[in-house]
Design a binder for this molecule. Structure first.
Ligand code: ADP
Ligand code: ADP
Ligand code: MG
Length: 668
């Protein structure tokens, strides 16, 4: 390994920091983590050899540079996001004699601006999407290229601030909204406009260049399964490409990299029309860093991209030429997000109470930053982990990924895992007929497949009641019969548990010794023979009528969390007479408006005492640069408005109370 690097600082957090640390460890290089106060107990801090606190967070260039110097690092790996594409940071590292593990600043600069990037690669003969950019008049550009068009922030990333516009009437408002998002998220409101490619597929090429003029590509990844232009599932190779197209796009990607004197690992992104696969892949942008989805390329090439980045940064020539790049089998990655698909994919948060991640499954890789106790808040990206599976063919890889997701449980934080499983099972996805619009088009069917008709399946309710029953018995002195309902003549009495989840309450009755022989009846269903066994740590086995299921479980105050098959449920037991709703359930009629997600109040559109009508926008809450408009639940008067623009709010925090308008008579 590069003898020049004894110590490398990783200027990132979460799963990517751990990913880089893993390679450093394998290579015998000392790793230095950095952390914000919110991450003091994080896994990347524990697993690095050394960790340095950043008083003002991950974006403070001077602090990161000072941490690198103080810890004796020779190089800094930026991961992705944060400072990965920040030229000022790359330059500051160089000034301080630190090797920035990434491309030269001028390559970042040329590609960081989508407008300039398109001009540069087009001049090198790479096809780009027809369009135009400011300072030209964007309305005139749109007229020229024809609708639908796509607006993008030139400095953008992560799919933020992009808007599809179907006709000229929608353009002015869309431009205004895109500009606001762009300015807030990227500090630059400059926009460009492109033809919106129909039935689009996102195909990108991984490239690798050394400082001696060698550039190779490592094949493509298809990332067409997206929501809000944000990738969710990625795979290599693409089911769409034939050898000839692969070679042509690979050559285009190499040319794009050469046009900016690229050095290091990078990705050239193309958009391909799914209904016209013969068309050239149009260049859309180049990401001058490692990408979230790089593991699928690693699995089909057998290469470690972080190791190759370090070797190139140390000045070594590439260890392989294009002919030596071999692609084997198929790999698929799914991104686990802290979001709730059942509530419009709003970001969630909370403390990880119990965690199950696939462990020791063949050809499965998990890149995760989670551990029990991790607090997921609204400060950082909601991506929690990635699950990746390889197989000799696509079908096997998909099956392996589903099995891996089935054994994933993040209790305490609602995630999209069940949705991911439904997505992988979609017939078009299984057949490789992908598209960036697929998820939106099939959203209802995917949600139904993921979550079914009932808020909570009966066997899960039974499991929760058995766990509560057993705990109660233990608290009551380990005498299984000594529960509050006491004895009836000759047989144990039923204990009734009222369990609430997602606004529904169900009664579950239990009697007997849950650990040996009990009976459980959910709602009006007949009782089933039941048994509960601990399976070590956070796992329990629940047998109902002879069928045993394995659950991950955790308690959080009064709430019981259960996870199974990639799904998780939070159930709250109620005493009879308790209000049935969980705080977040948002009971219609009480006029209390709560924050649907942890975030920041961006804009307050009404004043206290103001008269509002049902559906009228009251305020905008923002998290992860995603704006969510909160509306009035009914006609009335804004009686309370305990919010200030710019202030953070927790999930379920009261934002406003709308009361019935007082009668005219009462007013006078
Ligand atoms: P970001 O920097 O946010 O990743 P991109 O320019 O890469 O922005 O676009 C993000 C996604 O938007 C792409 O993956 C693709 O799905 C979609 N997209 C981008 N450009 C077009 C286009 N011209 N037509 C259709 N879809 C597009
Ligand atoms: P990938 O193409 O690697 O999946 P994404 O576009 O999803 O990359 O972004 C990866 C991470 O980097 C995300 O956390 C995203 O929010 C962040 N990111 C991407 N581009 C930028 C940018 N220009 N400025 C700040 N953060 C960015
Ligand atoms: Mg992109």
């Amino acid at each position: 390994m590069p003898s020049t690097f004894e110590t490398v600082l990783v200027a990132n957090r979460g799963e990517i920091a751990l990913r880089v640390i893993r390679t450093l460890r394998r290579l015998g290089v000392r790793s230095v983590a950095v952390y914000s106060d919110a991450d003091a107990g994080a896994r990347h801090v524990r697993e690095a050899d050394t960790a340095v606190r950043l008083a003002s967070g991950y974006l403070d260039i001077e602090q990161v540079v000072a941490a690198a110097k103080a810890s004796g690092a020779q190089a800094v790996h930026p991961g992705y996001g944060f400072l990965a594409e920040n030229t000022a940071f790359a330059r500051r590292c160089a000034e301080e004699g630190l090797v920035f593990v990434g491309p030269p600043p001028q390559a970042i600069e040329a590609m960081g601006d989508k407008i300039r990037a398109k001009e540069t690669v087009a001049a090198a003969g790479v096809p780009v999407v027809p369009g135009g950019a400011e300072p030209d008049d964007l309305a005139a550009v749109a007229e020229r290229i024809g609708y639908p068009v796509l607006i993008k922030p030139s400095a953008g990333g992560g799919g933020k601030g992009m808007i599809v516009v179907r006709d000229a009437g929608e353009l002015p408002q869309a431009l205004e909204s895109a500009r606001r998002t762009a300015a807030a998220a990227f500090g630059d409101g400059t926009l460009l406009i492109e033809r919106y490619v129909t039935d689009p597929r996102h195909i990108e090429i991984q490239i690798l260049a050394d400082a001696h003029g060698n550039v190779v590509h490592l094949g493509e990844r298809e990332c067409s399964l997206q929501r809000r232009h944000q990738k969710i599932v990625e795979e290599a190779p693409s089911p769409l490409l034939d050898e000839e197209t692969r070679r042509r796009m690979g050559a285009d990607a190499v040319r794009a990299a050469e046009s900016v004197g690229y050095v290091g690992a990078g990705t050239v992104e193309f958009i391909v029309s799914g209904d016209r696969p013969g068309d050239p892949g149009y260049f859309i942008e180049m990401n001058t860093r490692l990408q979230v989805e790089h593991p699928v390329t690693e699995m089909v090439t057998g290469l470690d991209l972080v190791e190759l980045q370090l070797r190139v940064a140390a000045g070594e020539p590439l260890p392989l030429c294009q002919e030596e790049v071999r692609l084997r089998g198929h790999a698929v990655e799914a991104r686990v997000y802290a979001e709730d698909p059942q509530r419009g994919f709003l970001p969630t948060g909370g403390e990880v109470l119990a965690l199950a991640e696939p462990d020791g499954m063949p050809h499965v890789r998990v890149d995760s930053g989670l551990r029990p106790g991790t607090v997921v808040g609204s400060d950082y990206d909601p991506m929690l982990s990635k699950v990746i599976a390889w197989g000799p063919d696509r079908e096997t890889a998909l099956r392996g990924l589903d099995a891996a997701l089935r054994s994933t449980a993040v209790l305490g934080v609602t995630t999209n895992v069940a949705f991911l499983r439904a997505l992988l099972a979609d017939p078009d996805v299984a057949a490789g007929k992908l598209g960036t619009g697929l998820i939106d088009q099939r959203l209802d069917a995917l949600l139904a497949a993921a979550y079914g008709p009932a808020a909570v399946p009966g066997d899960v309710l039974a499991a929760a009641a058995l766990i509560l029953h057993r705990r109660l018995a233990t608290v009551a002195g380990d005498d299984p019969w000594d529960v509050p309902d006491g004895w009836r003549i000759g047989e144990p009495a039923w204990t009734t548990w009222r369990l609430a989840a997602r606004g529904e309450t169900v009664e579950v009755r239990v009697r007997g010794d849950a650990g040996r022989a009990a009976e459980v009846a959910v709602g009006d269903a007949p009782p089933l023979a039941a048994r509960l066994e601990g399976a070590g740590g956070q796992e329990v086995l629940v047998t109902l009528d002879g069928i045993t299921s394995r659950y991950t479980h955790a308690m959080d105050g009064g709430t019981i969390w259960l996870g199974r098959d990639g799904r998780s449920w939070a159930l709250t037991p109620h005493e009879p007479g308790d209000p049935a709703d969980r705080p977040g359930a948002g009971r219609a009629g009480d006029g209390i408006v709560r924050s649907p997600m942890p975030g920041t109040v961006l804009l307050v559109k009404v004043a206290q005492g103001e008269r509002v009508t049902e559906g009228q926008p009251l305020l905008i809450v923002e998290a992860m640069k995603m704006e969510h408009t909160v509306t009035a639940p009914a006609d009335g008067v804004v009686a309370e408005l305990p919010v200030t623009a710019g202030r953070p709010v927790e999930m379920d925090a009261v934002l406003a109370v709308v009361r019935d308008e007082p009668e005219r008579g009462e007013e006078s």
